[in-house]
Design a protein around this ligand. Structure first.
Ligand SMILES: *[C@@H]1O[C@H](CO)[C@@H](O)[C@H](O)[C@H]1NC(C)=O
Ligand SMILES: *[C@@H]1O[C@H](CO)[C@@H](O)[C@H](O)[C@H]1NC(C)=O
Ligand SMILES: *[C@@H]1O[C@H](CO)[C@@H](O)[C@H](O)[C@H]1NC(C)=O
Length: 386
């Protein structure tokens, strides 16, 4: 039995060597070293980090070979690693600096270098944790950033809980294209403290990560920094639509039209929500059609509509609805006139009746007496006159 087994092993070895063109032998087992000097470097871009390393030692046997590196990294609280295969000696990406970062890398010799299957080195690890001073409650709260009309970025926040009154916060920002992180130039203040920032014009800042750090200082205790990453096109709040207009096509069909106020948002990037009120019925409809919808009208007395807009999924992942526009009504003027011509006499009559009742109830005690008295006097005068 043992002999047959050995025979089979030999046969297999023979077959494998024929097919793959090399011999299995422990003497020629190929190994490769991990890369050297693996490190995570923070260039001060508030979350955009460099992962860098040097080639492994003793690569002389693989001179004609392009070796690769498999890099894995994640924020420490995340379950999933991001994996990158690269031939370079560095990689750059954005990280959430509120948390720690861990990364690992190994060398990969592709199959064509080893006359067989791919060979991997052991892993080399690196971690990065921004020195986090101050306890969590000292961080700012309720950070809210809105990119108004794709033009003006405004962020606002509330101070951390239980921080000393001398605490003040500062905002720094960076995106690819800026040489270094910049501090907010126009703070929004309340009681002399910074509670928001009005950003300047942000040149070529769309569709890239925008990094913000809000840190603070206080004499009494250290303040924890907060980090944020977002893309500007995802927090756009357009201005409300303008120039609403209804056109009666015939007695049942109406066209609703509007336009967007000026600004950099292309019409193809907008979606609209139209709220229509017909007498007592209200309904909302959504349209991507630029600035016009066509509706059928029942025998309504009054038809009104208003519109709001948002950046659509073709131009961003998310957005903020604009405020509602002013309301526009069909024959609104005539309706108002009718209403007024009814209301004015009604209100006048009511007011007069109210005045009369007041006089009747309260006058006898005071004013009426006087009136009566005067009357009497007048009478007596008249009497004397007579
Ligand atoms: C792979 O095979 C070629 C030719 O068969 C040989 O010259 C080369 O040294 C081998 N490489 C390794 C790493 O074994
Ligand atoms: C706040 O962050 C900026 C930018 O990283 C840094 O230059 C500054 O020293 C920090 N200030 C405090 C008080 O930590
Ligand atoms: C218009 O009339 C039809 C039929 O009477 C009704 O089903 C529909 O809900 C009405 N539409 C509105 C907006 O009142």
């Amino acid at each position: 039995m043992a002999v047959t087994c050995l025979d089979i092993t030999c046969l297999c070895t023979f077959l494998i060597s024929t097919v793959f063109g090399y011999t299995l032998s422990s003497d020629t087992e190929i190994t490769v070293n991990p890369p050297q000097d693996f490190e995570i470097v923070d260039p001060g871009y508030l979350g955009y980090l460099y992962l860098q390393w040097q080639p492994p030692l003793s690569l002389d046997n693989f001179k004609e070979c392009t070796i690769e590196y498999e890099l894995k990294y994640r924020n420490t609280d995340s379950k999933r690693w991001k994996t990158i295969i690269t031939k370079n000696l560095h990689y750059k990406d954005g990280f959430d600096l509120n948390k720690g970062i861990e990364a690992k890398i190994h060398t990969v010799l592709p199959g064509q270098c080893t006359n067989g299957s791919e060979v991997q080195s052991s892993w080399l690890e690196a971690t990065y944790w921004i020195s986090s001073q101050g306890n969590l409650e000292t961080k700012i709260q309720d950070m809210d950033c809105v990119y108004y009309n794709w033009q003006y970025l405004i962020c606002s926040w509330k101070p951390g809980m239980g921080v000393h009154f001398d605490t003040n916060y500062n905002l720094f920002y960076w995106y690819e294209g800026l040489d270094h992180a910049l501090q907010c130039a126009h703070y929004i203040k309340a009681n002399g403290k910074n509670i928001g920032c009005r950003f300047p014009y942000l040149e070529s800042s769309d569709y890239k990560d925008f990094y913000i750090c809000v840190n603070g200082s206080s004499e009494s205790k250290p303040i924890r920094s907060s980090y944020f990453i977002f893309q500007l096109q995802n927090i756009v709040k357009p201005l409300p639509p303008d120039y609403l207009h209804l056109t009666l096509m015939n007695s049942y069909e109406i066209n609703l039209k509007w336009s967007m106020p000026g600004g950099p948002i292309p019409a193809r990037c907008l979606i609209y929500e139209v709220e229509i009120t017909e007498d007592d019925t209200k309904w909302v409809t959504t349209t991507v059609e630029p600035e016009i919808i066509h509706i059928m009208r029942n025998k309504s007395q009054q038809l009104c509509f208003l519109v709001r807009s948002k950046v659509n999924i073709y131009c961003s992942d998310d957005g903020v609805w604009s405020e509602w526009s002013d309301k526009q009504c069909l024959e609104g003027d005539r309706q108002t006139k009718i209403l007024l011509s009814f209301l004015v006499p009604f209100v006048s009559v009511s007011l007069i009746s109210l005045l009369m009742s007041y006089l009747v109830y309260y006058c006898p005690k005071t004013s009426l007496k006087m009136i009566c008295h005067t009357k009497k006097e007048v009478f007596s005068h008249q009497e004397t006159l007579c």
